[in-house]
Write a protein that binds this ligand. Sequence first.
Ligand code: ZN
Length: 345
Amino acid sequence: MGGLGRRGLLIAGAGALAGCSGSSAGGSGSDGTGRGGTSAPTPTAATGGAQPPSAPTGGVQPSGASTGGAQPSSGPKGGASAGVSSSAATETVPGPTTPRTPTVALPSVRLWTPGAGEIEPAAKRVAVAAVEELLRPRGTRGVVEVIDAQYGGILSDTASVLVPCRIYTISGGRVLTSGTTVDVRLTKTRGTWRVTATHPAQPGKAATNLSSAARQVLASGRITLPPASAADIRSGQVHDSVLTTMLQLAKTYRIGISVIRSGHPIDVFGTNRPSDHPKGRAFDTWQINGHAVVSPSTSRSLVTSYMRAAENLGSYNVGGPYQLSGTAYFSDRTHHDHIHAGFKP
Ligand SMILES: [Zn+2]
């Protein structure tokens, strides 16, 4: 499992949620190519304060459809105070005549911490801290939930860490849910990982017509999608081979998706070879039946059975933490923390 972070209620400071202003219609995800020549010197999130120019405010997608999805349980609060004292009791009497201002609470989110099985946990810590600062709601109460931190690529002294997030804010007495996935580029110098660039996902506009498979995946209670991945599907740019495979896998497994299209490097990290992700022909799974792929306590057979199932369902390229026999399978350090399934045109 991922970090058993303690529950925390983070309430962030002030300033309107800038991200809502520019819902970008951009086509593909990050434009940082694997070699990173162009994106290098972005003076970004390492120290926090300033918004890096490479991080368009549109990165925070107001995933409208799911607005208000996570209703916090604000109700029990009254119950707790009811038995406390007479003052609490008298408070309740004039209730009906006082204006109703419902107390809305932000959901509690788990703090992300690297678990035991992580490769180079320091790189992920640095990346997550940068994303939390980049996405922290300003001007409103809000909290960033880091869903996962997975490698887009890890080499000896460079890395891409993909960080899918949900962002909860309160507006008009309601909890709004948005979020994005950020591709964080890092380099290691003298033993220390530093952020060199951040690329928020750009899923593109929602399509007017979606395939049946797309609608089924979006509606599935057994497929958990980060906001950027849900937006990818709503954009109509995810191929049906990906979607139908997810639906079939979900008959057997509850699956946690980390990345589909947006938020992923354009090229396979460290190469010039185009990744299948930006084409909408691949998906990554970070969690199966509630168990993180990266965790040493997750059963190997659960992971390998999922990899084999993905191959049986048509994936020509299945990567994971274990090398299986067969031409479709691969394993490397990058795929230590998730299962990749790619599909041919
Ligand atoms: Zn992948």
